[in-house]
Design a protein. Structure first.
Length: 67
């Protein structure tokens, strides 16, 4: 696998994992008024929202700062 593809996939997966952790933390501590805690679809979408946003931001920052 070319180095650039490996770099991008690694950074995207790392950012996605960080976003999942943040989204789960926010949901569990009740910072979000997104419905009942047992609504698993809402929880999954909420966590995916954080994960996709932070994943792309992490990747963009890594590409910007890579020399």
């Amino acid at each position: 696998m070319p180095g650039m593809i490996r770099f991008m996939l690694t950074r995207l997966a790392t950012g996605f994992a960080i976003g999942c952790a943040v989204g789960f933390f926010v949901w569990q501590n009740g910072f979000a008024a997104a419905g009942a805690p047992q609504n698993y679809l809402a929880q999954g979408l909420f966590i995916y929202l954080f994960a996709s946003t932070i994943g792309m931001g992490y990747l963009a920052t890594a590409l910007l700062l890579e020399e």
